[in-house]
Design a protein around this ligand. Structure first.
Ligand code: SF4
Length: 334
């Protein structure tokens, strides 16, 4: 199994030879020379820059092991957590980003490929259920090089590709047989909020085909004997204040495009932060989340992961990457 993955990684790396000096690995297609240091729209060089590597207990229960799935029959509880690695830089500029310290400000540490491989193996030793790569897009080359090393040293965990969704479909195509679980955001179906809030008017033009490619590769959510995901695609959507029409359009598109039983994680954890514009400088209202949740239930997403009790007062959902432990896990881990 690992030998086949290593082969696919070799093929992807050789197909992307030259991208470090002329990068077009995401829809921005900057053609930046990343060998000269952090550059391009994502402000990333050739090394992965890591903000944190930890056991995460706040992801969907099939990934973290902690039960918080209102509409699922699964009741498995585990404290193993998702082996999450946070990468700095981003190809979006979300004004409300809760991870702005790392996505905008790049507060992290550049690491060699060997050290990144060690981090993956260390998370496995600590009992992680998977290796969860958060914002992997701009770091895909060092990730693949590190993964090749870790697989050669018998890394055996499922690989989670946890992305903002703003991807090139042909780049995702090359990850077939390497990524086990896709965890993409579907942030916007409408171009006005995509342009104004994330600097990507063409978000949906790229995310649409990219998400379809992910689903082609991993159409079925497969749970292992313990009830934890070993393969599949789980779509995510964060409901934003005042943006219910966008959220409804996202739900409708997901239901129309994929089969009605596709997994959806509907997030309510929005907190005003960073450079959120005036209309987003307030918490999400329960009624707003409720309206989107009603639509999602009617459309029949299954499983439907819900953050029903997690509204504005849960400040722990906003990480602080200045701290050694960026998350509090106040509710889900108690
Ligand atoms: S990965 Fe970064 S440098 Fe490459 S095209 Fe995207 S934004 Fe530009």
């Amino acid at each position: 199994m690992n030998a086949r993955k290593i082969e696919r990684i070799e093929r992807a790396l050789s197909a992307w030879e030259g991208q470090e000096t002329d990068c077009a690995l995401c829809p921005r297609e900057c053609h930046a020379d990343r060998s000269r240091g952090p550059t391009g729209y994502c402000r990333t060089g050739t090394k992965a820059v890591i903000a944190s590597a930890l056991l995460h207990f706040g992801e969907e229960p099939v990934l973290s092991g902690l039960h918080d799935c209102a509409d699922s029959e699964s009741s498995n509880v585990s404290r193993r957590g998702s082996g999450t690695i946070f990468f700095c830089g981003c190809n979006l500029r979300c004004l409300f980003c809760q991870n702005y310290q790392i996505s905008w400000l790049g507060r992290g540490r550049p690491v060699e490929d060997e050290e990144l491989a060690d981090m993956m193996l260390d998370l496995e030793r600590r009992g992680a259920l998977n290796i969860n790569l958060v914002s992997p897009t701009q770091a895909i080359l060092p990730i693949l090089r590190a993964l090749r090393l870790a697989l050669a040293r018998r890394l055996s965990l499922p690989l989670v590709y946890n992305t903002n969704g703003y991807e090139r479909a042909d780049v995702i195509e090359r990850l077939a047989g390497i990524v086990d679980i896709y965890l993409p955001d579907c942030k916007y179906a409408l171009s006005e909020p995509a342009a104004r809030l994330s600097g990507a008017a063409d978000y949906f033009d790229h995310a649409g085909p990219a998400l379809q490619e992910m689903f082609v590769q991993q159409p079925d959510l497969i749970l292992d004997a313990g009830g934890f995901a070993s393969a599949g695609t789980i779509f995510r959507h964060l409901v934003l204040p005042g943006q219910v029409p966008n959220s409804l359009a996202v739900c409708d598109w997901l239901a129309e495009t994929f089969r009605p039983t596709v997994p959806l994680s509907l997030m309510s954890q929005y907190q005003p932060c960073w450079r959120a514009p005036e209309d987003l400088r307030r918490p999400l209202l329960p009624d707003e989340y409720g309206a989107v949740l009603d639509r999602a239930r009617r459309l029949g997403f299954d499983p439907l992961f819900v953050q029903s009790a997690l509204f504005a007062e849960d400040e722990h959902l906003n990480p602080d990457f200045e701290r050694k432990s960026p998350f509090h896990w106040k509710r889900r881990n108690d």
